[in-house]
Design a protein around this ligand. Structure first.
Ligand code: GLY
Length: 405
């Protein structure tokens, strides 16, 4: 019974039907994630055709427009477009997409070899070179990633025990933001792939400082922790991109969920796992019915506040990661089901861009307090949506293979 249900929902294995005349017919049944991936690949190729240069990068689409607004390599979002192309290549094996991914990725190289401006080196380099290296094994990519990890580590302050996430924000002597949790993966990776072993200690200490100071007793996170750079003392928590300091900024919560899951995977520290679970449970408890959060859970304008599809996409990836790590089968199943629910919601006509523009997803919110990128397509929503779809597709097909062995 279970087997036949899976056969209907999985596509990797074609079903051979023997007709009365013993004629063989092959039927391929696609999973929902594969159907959405197929549509996404078409859209990504269209967006690619509309782009004229490989040294500027899609970031967002203004309401009513069709094309991506572009940014330079220093923008924190530069790595997401090459990352999307690598995911597309991973799914299709298309050589032209691979060539495009290589070109955009090459444009990011300067980040590794120039002075660190902020913690976003992880997003910029791990999404581009990291995916490229994972898929091609290109040794030149590895060298660039190792250099990028060393560059990121120059922002580490040993007195505080964390990376100075935004040096340009001089109103805080030393600040560490929850988004920075996502960029520890580059350091963990470098430490076990020929880089300086101290990079592991830096990542570990950074995660610890974030856990001890940015995770609040209410199980939500501050966006930013302000610290005294001379004593290491925590001064206060600020929710820079949220509604208020004590509110729950949706994307920040999801960076924490995903970031602490990865920190546990890389270190085995169970307090990081517990933190990821705690942030997840609180997030799940407060989610609106359709599984896609408002940009901030405490905006008094809810239900008329904008949503943040990007947070739902990050949450889906974080929960699929967490499901791989928890030992309890029930919890594993719960997190997979929730991730699937988010992916299904994002794959509906309420969130897919369809023919409206060149993005995959509508309705993300970038920086609400500054009035920027509100209820728009934003590139990182598409990046994490592609990642989530690929993770789900692999999971469904591997479950299927295991069942028919
Ligand atoms: N890392 C900035 C943001 O999530 O908007």
């Amino acid at each position: 019974m279970k087997l036949s249900k899976h056969l209907l929902s999985c596509s990797l294995i074609s079903i051979l039907l023997l007709g009365c005349g013993a004629e063989k017919k092959e039927i391929t049944v696609k999973t929902n994630s594969e159907i959405v991936l197929d549509q996404s690949v078409i859209k990504i190729n269209e967006a690619l055709k509309a782009l004229k240069t490989t040294d500027s990068f899609p970031r967002h689409i203004v309401k009513g427009e069709k094309d991506w607004r572009l940014v330079g390599v220093r923008d924190w979002c530069s790595g997401f477009w090459p990352g999307i192309l690598w995911y597309t290549y991973e799914y299709t094996g298309d050589a032209e997409v691979k060539t495009a991914a290589e070109k955009y990725t090459a444009s990011i190289k300067t980040i590794a070899y120039t002075e660190a401006e902020d913690h976003d080196i992880g997003f910029q380099v791990y999404c581009s070179f990291g995916n490229g290296y994972r898929l091609t094994g290109n040794e030149a990519y590895k060298d660039i990633m190792l250099a990028a990890a060393d560059t990121l580590a120059t922002l580490y302050n040993p007195i505080v025990g964390s990376i100075h996430s935004w040096p340009s924000k001089q109103e805080y002597p030393h600040n560490t933001i929850v988004d920075n949790m996502m960029n520890l993966e580059l350091l963990f990776w470098a430490a076990k792939n020929g880089g300086n072993k101290k990079l592991y200690d830096i990542a570990l200490s950074h995660a610890e400082v974030t856990m001890n100071n940015l995770v609040r007793p209410d199980s939500a996170v501050y966006h930013l922790g302000s610290f005294d750079n001379k004593t290491g003392q925590f001064i206060r928590g600020v929710t820079h991109q949220g509604y208020a300091d004590e509110s729950m900024w949706a994307r920040g919560q999801t960076w924490g969920i995903y970031g602490f899951a990865v920190a546990y995977r890389e270190s085995g520290r169970t307090d990081f796992l517990e933190t990821s679970i705690k942030l997840t449970e609180h997030y799940l408890k407060r989610l609106p019915k359709d599984g896609v959060p408002y940009w901030d859970f405490d905006d008094p304008a809810i239900p008329n506040a904008p949503k943040d599809a990007s947070a739902a996409a990050v949450a889906a990836c974080g929960l699929l990661e967490l499901a791989e790590l928890v030992k309890d089968n029930k919890l594993q199943d719960k997190y997979r089901q929730e991730a699937k629910r988010f992916i299904t919601a994002l794959s509906s006509k309420n969130y897919l861009s369809g023919d409206a523009n060149n993005a995959l997803l509508l309705h993300s919110t970038g920086h609400h307090p500054k009035g920027r990128e509100i209820d728009e397509p934003i590139i990182y929503a598409d990046y994490y949506f592609m990642e989530a779809l690929l993770r789900l597709e692999k999971l469904e097909n591997s479950n299927h293979l295991a069942l028919i062995k």
